[in-house]
Design a protein around this ligand. Sequence first.
Ligand SMILES: Cc1cc2nc3c(=O)[nH]c(=O)nc-3n(C[C@H](O)[C@H](O)[C@H](O)COP(=O)(O)OP(=O)(O)OC[C@H]3O[C@@H](n4cnc5c(N)ncnc54)[C@H](O)[C@@H]3O)c2cc1C
Length: 337
Amino acid sequence: MQVLENISLKPYNAFGIDVKARYFAELHSDNDIAAFFSALTEERMPFLVLGGGSNMLFTKDFEGSVACIRSKGIVKLMEDEKHVYLRIAAGEVWDDVVKYAVDNGWGGIENLSLIPGNAGTSPVQNIGAYGVELKDVLYSVEVADVIARHYRAFRPADCEFGYRTSIFKNRGKGRFVITSLCLKLDKQPVLKLDYGDIRRELGKAGVKDVTISAVRDIIIKIRSSKLPDPSIIGNAGSFFMNPVVSADEYARLIKKFPAMPSFKSGDEVKIPGAWLIEQCGFKGKRYGDAGVHENQPLVLVNYGSATGKEILVLAEKIIKSVLKKFGIGLEKEVNIF
Ligand SMILES: Cc1cc2nc3c(=O)[nH]c(=O)nc-3n(C[C@H](O)[C@H](O)[C@H](O)COP(=O)(O)OP(=O)(O)OC[C@H]3O[C@@H](n4cnc5c(N)ncnc54)[C@H](O)[C@@H]3O)c2cc1C
């Protein structure tokens, strides 16, 4: 493991924000992770764990140590008649894991195709797309507790999962470093096709034999046509979460805004944040190099040399405007540093 000094984090975050880390190391194994965090806890230096940097907005230099997790390995731990259990090192690229599962005919994560970032980060915000969330397939998470200085495993019930959240994003942030996870996948996959445009696009493509592989292909096609590619234009996917309101609050809103779209979410109602932002006139707006994506207003973009602060100012402006017009508080999905 090599510890570097004063490194630009521009290549390490999907927004392409140019800030520096005082110290920086790529950790390629569990041993590297152990050595790095043992040294840190002795020195009490602030640290930041970085995966693929696809859910981060850096607003200033980081005056501590950045640990970039790059450990690799996918191991079949066990299997029974119905399931296979995979142990995945935290530094595996999430979409490589999805491809591996699909290539082997194991179902459960095909709807989460093409989500950027590391497998080890997937529990942090309980990644979700097309009607599936990580918690649906998670068996356990192994973490290094850098405060108590030991390793432990979490079962899903301990992870405090919610919509784009978990213990790792909230009270466990800065304490639990995820080193690996175990997924429980189906040997007889159950397809989930009733979300978004999946069925329509499968029909349009003339797919008769719908397999997990066909679902993965169609989701990659849909996502690629809708979301900006961070390697071309800096972004961190949805900057805001879709707000969830109570049934009473929704009744008040729909009376005032009859065109407001919504989805049921348990006893509550989810409102598409993109619609709220568009109604406030921000869709496609650009302020210098900071902007709102022209097709997907939930996504803020860096057209080139925007600073993290400029993106954040734009985000706050949007939040204020949505609150004023609808009385709804948008929450940020992206982690701000
Ligand atoms: C184009 C695009 C589309 C996206 N689409 C989706 C989507 O459909 N659904 C969705 O849920 N998300 C989506 N995202 C967001 C992002 O892909 C996920 O949040 C992903 O899990 C982030 O992984 P990462 O490794 O890049 O995390 P990073 O950005 O590196 O880190 C995110 C947070 O996790 C912490 N962290 C990282 N690794 C660890 C670890 N090993 N242990 C503990 N904490 C850690 C970091 O400190 C930080 O707080 C999208 C992003 C982009 C750019």
